[in-house]
Design a protein around this ligand. Structure first.
Ligand code: ZN
Length: 154
């Protein structure tokens, strides 16, 4: 059962890496943030169209490994229609999930990334676009890097 579940999750990641959703520039975006993971070479730009506090549209561009690309693909779908506070809450859940492996049903397809906690180097790949999206909704840093994080601060 557990193996079947892992296979299913792996399929979600591979499918999104192959055919990423919302993989486009957004000329009308009013929030843009870049996320870089120099260790793996992942480099993405997250585009948001925000109406007040709400994410009306989300997209991304860039390149990187399968995990980072699939994560950005699922992220853009997951945050559309959410408020800034909801995106911050979801970021917290995803961060917990990829560092502890704990996921519940509310995570939906995002639970595909729960298994990366076993591979510390890949945690950064999975969380990269989330850092960029969080920075974008908060209107803060236009560029975030996984190597700029202080792991002790988390
Ligand atoms: Zn990566």
């Amino acid at each position: 059962m557990l193996d079947d579940l892992n296979d299913l999750y792996q399929q979600v990641i591979l499918e999104h890496a192959k055919s990423p959703r919302n993989f486009r520039e957004m000329p009308g975006a009013n929030r843009v943030a870049q996320g870089r993971n120099p260790i793996c070479g992942d480099n993405y730009t997250v585009f948001l169209l925000m109406d007040g506090d709400v994410v009306k549209d989300a997209s991304f561009q860039g390149s990187g490994c399968a995990i980072s690309k699939a994560s950005a693909s699922l992220l853009t779908g997951a945050i559309k229609g959410k408020t800034r506070a909801e995106v911050e809450t979801l970021f917290g859940h995803v961060h917990d999930m990829v560092t502890t492996g704990k996921a519940d049903e509310s995570m939906g397809k995002l639970a595909a990334f729960a298994g990366v906690y076993k591979f510390p180097a890949r945690v950064k790949c999975a969380i990269l676009s989330w850092h960029a999206a969080k920075a974008a909704v908060e209107g803060g840093a236009a560029s975030v890097s996984t190597e700029g994080d202080d792991p002790k601060a988390e």
